[in-house]
Design a protein around this ligand. Structure first.
Ligand SMILES: Nc1ncnc2c1ncn2[C@@H]1O[C@H](COP(=O)(O)OP(=O)(O)OP(=O)(O)O)[C@@H](O)[C@H]1O
Length: 327
């Protein structure tokens, strides 16, 4: 399987610059999470990726060459607005979509049977889509994206509104497709889920790639990091009189401390111990949600601020992995 490359995509709707030179590689055999605030440009990028929208600038590469219309037929796309025919039965719908993507009637029927079993919607095969719960409609929508055994999977918020069992089913299917070598890209606002499921995360901000990499690569390079400390009954402000603490804030059941310059964890430990029994002390690894907030929160900037590249995008440590792919 080949990577799907979105290369230098720009797209404007009226006065709204939806994408600004966005470049992103979706690698075969990996799940890439596509995250960003509302209106950051994820849907626009995916629609261009599957060929339902033309970019103003940039191109979509499948492997080394620009993707052709025939090749996009081999892509699987789950649109955010969901594109099912409400009055058609599930079975008819999936079979029809399979045929549209080039399968014979018998192959399409087999694929419908297989995916309705896999996604646990066999009991709904003869029902009209509109009569299903939203979660089950979403399972059908995923089946619709998979029925022709696609070479690439692009899914726009596939997890929104799913119950935990459906989240597990959906996650398992995406993982299996990636293991088969398919490049998988999905957008989501559920950052815990993205962190768990994705091999790589692309963070988009105001139409640009703010950062892309594995969770490890996205973490700040600062080797000092922060220290999480939990002390029995000490309250949240005990670091205020610790010389080893430059700053602190409440976090989970304890506090997150920035070590002061020249101080070590041992200095902090000694000072913390004076405040009570230490339950936990560990180097803090920021979650994806924290990294995301750091990178994306200033996205409320007015549109005129969009002209300059975002600092993280120009940070080689944060885009180095992408560079390797595009090189
Ligand atoms: N067809 C359209 N016509 C006009 N503006 C559009 C159109 N599609 C997208 N936009 C605008 O482009 C920008 C990017 O939208 P897009 O839907 O790609 O963002 P998103 O990251 O998917 O957002 P969300 O997380 O809210 O779904 C937004 O400002 C949006 O209003």
């Amino acid at each position: 399987m080949k990577p799907l490359m979105l290369e230098g995509l720009s797209k404007r709707f009226g006065s709204q610059q939806a994408l600004e030179k966005l470049t992103l590689a979706v690698r075969p055999g990996e799940i890439t999470g596509f995250v960003g605030g509302n209106g950051a440009g994820k849907t626009t990028a995916m629609r261009i990726g599957v060929g339902v929208l033309e970019p103003d600038e940039g191109r979509v590469l499948w492997g080394d060459a620009p993707v052709t219309r025939a090749e996009t037929e081999r892509f699987g796309y789950m649109p955010e607005e969901r594109g099912l025919y409400p009055k058609m039965t599930v079975a008819r719908q999936l079979t029809y979509l399979g045929e549209l993507h080039g399968l014979s009637r018998a192959e399409a029927r087999d694929a419908m049977v297989r995916w309705t079993e896999r996604l646990r919607i066999t009991q709904h095969r003869d029902k009209r889509v509109a009569t299903l719960s939203l979660g089950n409609q979403q399972r059908v929508q995923l089946a619709a994206a998979l029925v022709h055994d696609p070479d690439v999977l692009l899914l726009d918020e596939p997890f929104s509104g799913l119950d935990p069992l459906a989240v597990d089913d959906m996650s398992e299917v995406l993982r299996t497709k990636a293991e088969q070598g398919v490049p998988v890209l999905f957008s989501s606002h559920q950052l815990d889920l993205v962190e768990q499921l994705c091999d790589r995360v692309a963070i988009v901000r105001a139409g640009r790639l703010a950062a892309c990499g594995t969770h490890q690569e996205l973490r700040p390079a600062d080797p000092r990091g922060q220290v999480y400390v939990e002390i029995d009954g000490a309250g949240g402000d005990w670091p205020a009189d610790c010389a080893a603490a430059a700053a602190h804030r409440a976090h989970e059941q304890g506090v997150l401390v920035d070590l002061a310059a020249g101080r070590t964890e041992n200095d902090l430990l000694a000072q913390a111990a004076r405040h009570g029994t230490i339950r936990q002390m560990r180097r803090h690894e920021p979650s994806l949600a924290e990294l995301f907030r750091d990178l994306v929160e200033p996205a409320d900037d007015p549109p005129e601020d969009r002209g300059e590249p975002d600092t993280p995008a120009s940070d080689p440590a944060r885009t180095s992995d992408l560079d390797k792919v595009s090189a």
